[in-house]
Write a protein that binds this ligand. Sequence first.
Ligand code: ADP
Ligand code: MG
Length: 317
Amino acid sequence: MEFSLIAKHFTRATPGAVLGVGDDCALLAPTPGMQLAVSSDMLLEGRHFSPQDSPAGIGHKSLAVNLSDLAAMGATPRWATLAIALPEENDAWLTAFSRGFFRMADQHGIELIGGDTTRGALTISITVMGEVPPGQALRRDGAQAGDDIWVSGVLGSAAMALAYRQGRLFMEQIDAAKVLPALYLPTPRVALGIALRGLAHSAIDISDGLLADLGHILERSGVGARLAFSALPTLPVVQAYLHEAVARECVLAGGDDYELCFTAPAGRRDAILAAAASANVSISRIGQITAEPGLSLLAADGQPLHYDKTGYDHFAA
Ligand code: ADP
Ligand code: MG
């Protein structure tokens, strides 16, 4: 597509790169001794956002979900590339999209250093690169029996906001305003991920629901988990509007929360709480890793709570 479009909307100063947008490749000089963490996430109209959504919000969210993967690895964000397909050259849309994108980029010190722009059904594909000291990345395969299981923020808000936006749930506007930002303007927990380096044994970001994503840690680590349902953090508005079973589904299997779920030795609780405080994020201790595989969910009275759905599967829809 036209170079003037790229120059206007996607070209900014990139002091952290040797060479940014405008040549056949960008040139990067990673910090000596650091490992590169690299991840891609693609967003499609109709599946991850709808045509009526605000373009600034789409810019925010498409970078935020990528930054969330760097956060879950404990990596410091450095660079991003953006491949975008657009049905038409829409200057107002691109102006708003890039404003949302660069606001999120500036908050996390990540620089857009290249990409591709083409005509087609609206599709946004971003690759992010971050840096992490050798041996300190927060991987999925490091959970150990006896670890505490922690989660940041609250769960279920984005799923509830989606139900509201799709007309499946009525909410007063004042209450809807409490959950809508979780869906449209998610906050990647970048500072928390960095603060957990050297402390957490394992981590993942929750994009497909707590049970599904914690399940990935359990599988990769060869362990199980016991979760206390009453310890799962959620907003009061979730209980206020939803029947118990639906609230439970939002909290356990709702997608799009982009909180971090991580495990750490029980002996490091104070250090974990201090790390979360330094990152200005609330965290909750929700259970323990067990040597026996499988995931059990306990009600407040200690009795098992039966639940068999394991998150939103993109390919099941
Ligand atoms: P080429 O044909 O060599 O791939 P392009 O015309 O696709 O070059 O892109 C020109 C320059 O603009 C390249 O440096 C590319 O990385 C950059 N670029 C293209 N689209 C985007 C975008 N959406 N965001 C950021 N940089 C982009
Ligand atoms: Mg190209």
